[in-house]
Design a protein around this ligand. Structure first.
Ligand SMILES: C[S@@+](CC[C@H](N)C(=O)[O-])C[C@H]1O[C@@H](n2cnc3c(N)ncnc32)[C@H](O)[C@@H]1O
Length: 243
């Protein structure tokens, strides 16, 4: 069994406990599918004030996270994990990065060793992006105060995709963004709640009909809410057809 390793570099390590030690992420660690380590960036500073930031060259407001402790942290993690360079993917969380999607989560779930760098203040000295990170990821077009919540989002999305983490394989097969579709609607008991009834077909016991209904609903939802997904799927197909 392959165990994925994730290292998170942050100036707020205390933020991660409640997320990493609950629910599916906790169980994934207990099952040995993933090992997650949170590192305090200040442990990789050399001065007695444990300083991780400095004023921007060229002036301007705010502080910039220094490159040196981040490089030191990543190098120490690589050494400790004995990971060969191609096996480690270093990711800088940044609002300017490539948009994090389900497809990206799937790719990352296959990586052996992932290092996530959480920025703060005005951001991170650009030499980290240029010479250390393999990729920059953004969780959306908005600016958060730090990279901790984005790192948690990335970890949550990819850990559930590691083989063996979720019990029911089907829960992955049919969910949103598979095949460029949103998922069909779900209902549970009671069948009649305050006079709001679930679609009769779901009570019919006819699995073929239920499957057809779900496909139709998934398509209708996607057309209405996220037509861009269908367009994305078509252009992907065109690209494949044209080689
Ligand atoms: C206040 S932000 C810096 C924003 C930067 N000055 C800019 O305009 O692009 C501080 C840190 O939060 C993280 N961050 C903020 N929003 C993010 C997002 N949407 N996706 C990923 N990381 C984000 C990054 O690590 C970033 O370095």
């Amino acid at each position: 069994m392959n165990t994925m390793r994730i290292d998170i570099i942050t100036i707020f390590p205390g933020m991660f406990g409640p997320v990493l030690n609950e629910s599916i992420i906790k169980r994934a660690q207990e099952k040995g599918r993933v090992r997650i380590f949170v590192h305090d960036l200040r442990d990789y500073t050399l001065d007695k004030h444990r300083k991780v930031d400095d004023r921007p060259f060229g002036g301007g407001s705010g502080m910039v996270m220094s490159a040196e402790p981040i490089f030191r942290a990543v190098e120490a993690i690589r050494r400790k994990a004995k990971s060969r360079k191609p096996q480690v993917k270093v990711i800088l969380l940044a609002p300017q990065g490539e948009k994090f999607t389900q497809a990206r989560a799937k790719m990352l779930a296959r990586v052996k060793h992932l290092v996530l760098i959480c920025g703060h203040y005005e951001g991170v000295d650009d030499r980290v992006r240029e010479h250390l990170a393999d990729a920059e990821l953004s969780i959306g077009d908005y600016v958060l105060t730090g990279g901790e919540l984005p790192a948690m989002v990335v970890v949550d999305a990819l850990v559930r995709l590691i083989p063996g983490v979720l019990g029911d394989k089907n829960s992955l097969n049919f969910e949103s963004f598979e095949g460029n579709l949103l998922e069909y609607p779900h209902y549970t008991r009671p069948a009649d709640f305050k006079g709001f009834c679930v679609p009769a077909v779901l009570l019919s016991g006819d699995h073929k009909k239920i499957e057809a209904w779900r496909k139709k609903e998934a398509l209708a939802r996607t057309r209405k809410r996220r037509p861009d997904l269908l367009e994305g799927g078509r252009s992907q197909k065109r690209r494949t057809d044209n080689g």
